[in-house]
Design a protein around this ligand. Sequence first.
Ligand SMILES: [Zn+2]
Length: 151
Amino acid sequence: MADRISKDRRSWNMSRIRGKDTKIEVQARKYLFQKGFRYRKNVRKLPGCPDIVLPKYKSVIFVNGCYWHRHPFCHLATTPKNNAAFWQDKFEKNVQRDERNYKALQEMGWNVIVIWECEIRTDMEAIMQRVIRELEEQYIQKSLNRETSEI
Ligand SMILES: [Zn+2]
């Protein structure tokens, strides 16, 4: 009966996908905080309301649930058997919305990092180390850009 969910109800459901602190988001933030990174969270002014925003590194991080955000080839990205077409359409819209947001952010000059739920669950250390390397690279890049624009 999912098709009969009212429009309001549906957008409410969708809004819950973003904007609420999930466990994996909190884990990723804690890790970064302990490593000395400072950030803002859920910045609504930015497209897609990124989970973690690091202005110093000109980077935003999305901590994506594999199910709602459709992690490709992931065992967590299942499709319900009932109303499969409805769900596929809904998921497809989620993916398209994500892609629009990432693109908009990139056009604003942000580096977009996506972390997946399953990566945090299986080896948080490995994925967060990769994120930190990327942040450091962005920081160097940002400083270089500043130097060249000052010449
Ligand atoms: Zn996954």
